[in-house]
Design a protein around this ligand. Structure first.
Ligand SMILES: C[S@@+](CC[C@H](N)C(=O)[O-])C[C@H]1O[C@@H](n2cnc3c(N)ncnc32)[C@H](O)[C@@H]1O
Length: 262
């Protein structure tokens, strides 16, 4: 697979911005807490790669203030345009092929990006080279196996997970990406490498649940065309996701950290 997964990145899908915002509703609170724990402070220079709808970059700009610097890089920069007014430099960038400014950042962060790329080792090496001595690389990618586990039933939405993630995998997405980030970071020049994971427990019908409804709306024609599930089953699954009586867990989001030797 040589391209960024077409099932995962859908810049032309009319609801992609909404999908990225619901992703932030799920994951930003935990990511921002971790920025805080890493000590992000006024004057820091930060790079957010695969910046999506821009929530993390906006928070970083607010924290580092006018003496700091935040660069938000993405393949698709249209939805980041509003960040310029918030003191963020927006960079159109393809992590598969484009070099980043070397040795410039106290923090380089990428969430749910590396696991979608064909050459993850090259991507992690490129992100690492952007660090200043002593700077932190902070990568977040998922392990999707536990997605939808719940008290509802042993097999709650498992057919949908298997169908959707099976297709995503064929398109280049690594469903155990978070584990591989850690291995790649351990193999490079970084020190103080560690990792931990988090899940969000969410309720049907919430903004967070909406993220999975949007994912399934996007995947529906592909799942049906591949003969994996019928339309009627997708309708049923969407209704289960909309039902406030149902609670389930997200993927595990694995946060991996490592520091460039000072
Ligand atoms: C799954 S979204 C995650 C967005 C955001 N990091 C978040 O967690 O909310 C992946 C993001 O990476 C961007 N992207 C995809 N391929 C890329 C590449 N090769 N280089 C840079 N950005 C890329 C997409 O445009 C999208 O904004």
């Amino acid at each position: 697979m040589t391209t960024t997964g077409e099932y995962v990145f859908s810049p032309t899908w009319e609801r992609e911005t909404e999908r990225l915002r619901t992703n932030e509703a799920l994951w930003d609170p935990g990511t921002l807490e971790r920025f805080d724990r890493l000590g992000v402070a006024p004057g820091w220079s930060c790079l957010e790669v695969g910046a999506g709808a821009g929530g993390a970059a906006r928070w970083l700009a607010d924290r580092v203030g006018p003496t700091g610097r935040v660069v938000a890089a993405d393949l698709e920069v249209g939805r980041l345009a509003g960040l310029a007014g918030a003191g963020v430099e927006v960079l159109e960038h393809d992590l598969r092929t484009d070099e980043l400014p070397a040795g410039e950042f106290d923090l380089v962060h990428a969430r749910m990006l590396v696991q979608h790329l064909p050459d993850r080792a090259a991507a992690v090496a490129r992100l690492t080279r952007a660090l200043k001595p002593g700077g932190w690389l902070f990568l977040e990618d998922t392990d999707s196996l536990p997605l939808f586990r719940s008290a509802v039933s042993e097999d709650f939405l498992q057919d949908v997970r298997a169908a959707g993630y099976g297709l995503m995998r064929q398109s280049g997405h690594e469903p155990r990406g978070g584990h591989f980030d850690l291995r790649l970071m351990l193999a490079g020049p970084l020190v103080d490498v560690s990792a931990e994971g988090r899940v969000v427990v969410l309720r049907g019908g919430s903004d967070q649940a909406r993220h999975y409804q949007l994912w399934l709306d996007f995947m529906r024609p592909r799942i049906v065309a591949a003969g994996l599930l019928p339309d009627s089953r997708i309708d049923e699954a969407l209704a289960e996701m909309a039902d406030p009586a149902n609670w389930w867990i997200s993927q595990v989001l694995i946060s991996s950290y490592g520091r460039m030797p000072a």
